[in-house]
Every structure is written in C-alpha cells, then in structure tokens.
Design a protein around this ligand. Structure first.
Ligand code: IMP
Ligand code: MG
Length: 195
C-alpha cells in the first residue's frame, strides 16, 4: 500500500500560483511590495510566486521556531532569523507554505504589525482551515486542505520538500516509523515532468 498520493500536480500548482500572482498584483495596484518568506517551507512557493508576479518586488526571509509544551503547539514562538528590510511604510506580504493552527502566523503578524507597514497581507500556499485555532485572515490561499501534505516545500521532519507536486501522506504512523518509506517517489513514473 502506498503511503502517499498526489493531490496537486506540478501543473495544478503552476496554474494556481499564476492565479494567485494575478490576485496579488491587482491588490498591490502598482506598489513595490516586500514579500516576506517564512523559512524554510515557503521558499519554493516564493520563487515561483515572485516570478509569476511580474512586477518590481523585494524579497526577504524570516525564520521562526515554535515551542511545543509536549501535547501540541503552545503558541510560543521565537524569531530565529529576522528580516533585513525595514517594514515602515512598505506593502508587505507574508508568504507561507501552510497555515495550520495559525499560531506561528498570528505571532508573526503581531510582530510585523509593530513595525508599521503600510499594509500587511498573508499569502499561503495551503490553508488548513479546519485546524485553525488562532484567529487570523489568510488573504490569498492557493489550496484548502485538511490532510498532511508533503512536497513543493512542505516537509515531513525535514524530508520530501523537493517533490515537485503536493502529496497527501495517507499513513503518518507508518512514515514516522520509517521516514525513508517515500524515497521511491523520487524515482517513480516514466518522466518526472509528467507529474
Ligand atoms: P501552525 O499554523 O502554527 O500550526 O503551523 C504551521 C506549520 O506547521 C507550517 O509552517 C508547517 O511547518 C507545519 N505544518 C502544518 N501542517 C503541515 C502539513 O500538512 N505538511 C507539512 N507541514 C505542516
Ligand atoms: Mg513550516
């Protein structure tokens, strides 16, 4: 039995990223935005999004880590790497891989709001609306899903980020027991470009 199934192919993703870029471009109405990429999961999404955007834009990176009290996310978050650009009077867009409980993102929004951006929006590749605990708005969402996804930046304990598609893990316990169980995905099929 396979432990994962493809839910969005690279073509599905390319189409959706182009649409999102169009929505963002309209929203920005000629302003040069600062795209804030949250490491590491969003870098693949960011690199496609910023090229599809087709307007003058700056990019910057931030890294945060969340502490868990043992039973799940605690909402306690720390900045590991901060932005290099000031946000004052900028139109900033947080680019996230996936918003789950929303704890990390709501911390990020609160932190960045104190730097007085002209606007602060959120663009997430995947919005897990059913898991949301923290109250926040995802202004631009690529896909809505309630499954555990890997690929296109999303990882399982750091693995599988460079799969070119989004796949849902169908048996997380089995993958946890053997984190190598999905390496065959890198060789499967006749041509990776078809997926
Ligand atoms: P939260 O919104 O604070 O709960 O955390 C979001 C983070 O959890 C994301 O940035 C991912 O690192 C991780 N995460 C949540 N759901 C998934 C998933 O389905 N696949 C991979 N990582 C996930
Ligand atoms: Mg992440």
């Amino acid at each position: 039995m396979s432990l994962a199934e493809i839910v969005y192919t690279r073509q599905d993703i390319a189409r959706r990223v182009a649409e999102l870029a169009g929505e963002l471009r309209n929203d920005l109405s000629g302003e040069r935005p600062l795209l804030v990429s949250v490491l590491k999961g969003s870098v693949i999404f960011l690199s496609d999004l910023v090229r599809a955007l087709g307007i003058d834009a700056d990019i910057d990176f931030m890294s945060i880590s969340s502490y868990s009290a043992g039973t799940g996310p605690s909402g306690v978050v720390r900045i590991v790497k901060d932005l290099e650009h000031p946000l004052q009077d900028r139109h900033a867009v947080i680019v996230e891989d996936i918003v789950d409980t929303g704890f990390s993102l709501s911390y990020l929004i609160r932190t960045l709001e104190t730097r007085n951006p002209r606007s602060l929006k959120v663009c997430a590749l995947v919005d897990k609306t059913v898991s949301r605990i923290a109250e926040l708005d995802v202004d631009f969402a690529g896909f809505v899903s309630d499954r555990f996804l890997i690929g296109y930046g999303l990882d399982f304990h750091g693995r599988y980020r460079n799969l070119p598609y989004l796949a849902a893990v169908t048996n997380i316990a089995a993958l946890a027991a053997d984190p190598d169980a999905l390496v065959s995905l890198f060789q499967e099929g006749s041509s990776p470009a078809d997926r």
